[in-house]
Design a protein around this ligand. Structure first.
Ligand code: ZN
Length: 152
């Protein structure tokens, strides 16, 4: 397939491509209007994310994501001039500022991609971090060994 001049090659992680392909197949089965080219499907998916960000800016211009930990999403409310903490409480999102399960902050949180990081992915996060930690340890040990050889 000829590549257009306005296209750019980027590298995607193998496991991400696998997940995207599975999503593409599932969606094509359900919806005949889903892009018939995998690359087109991925481009549209990314474009949708950018559009959603734009939508959120217009829908809630006084709210912004301030960051997250494994169990808390921090949202700054410029109207109230306060930061609220959103976390899972019995598998439901809970806003500490409003002491509510269904306020505007919850609606905003639901529309952010980071909401998916709350609790559910702890196990994969842990194993990723563990693997990265092990790699750093191996590299450091190799360097130490080399240094001790060169000194000897
Ligand atoms: Zn709230």
């Amino acid at each position: 397939m000829p590549r257009s001049n306005s296209a750019e090659l980027i590298t995607l992680r193998v496991n991400i491509v696998k997940e995207l392909r599975e999503k593409w197949k599932r969606e094509r089965e359900r919806n005949p209007f889903v892009n018939e080219h995998f690359g087109g499907f991925v481009n549209e998916l990314l474009h949708d994310i950018l559009e959603k960000d734009e939508f959120l800016k217009h829908y809630a211009p006084f709210l912004s994501e301030e960051g997250c930990t494994r169990d808390t999403l921090y949202i700054k409310d410029y109207k109230e001039n306060r930061v609220t903490e959103i976390h899972l409480n019995n598998n439901k999102l809970y806003c500490t500022l409003c002491t509510s399960f269904d306020c505007f902050h919850i609606q905003f949180a639901m529309a952010t991609p980071r909401v998916a990081k709350l609790n559910i992915e702890n196990r994969t996060l842990d194993s990723d971090l563990e693997e990265e930690g092990q790699q750093v340890k191996r590299i450091t040990n190799q360097k130490r060994r080399k240094n001790s050889f060169s000194k000897a």
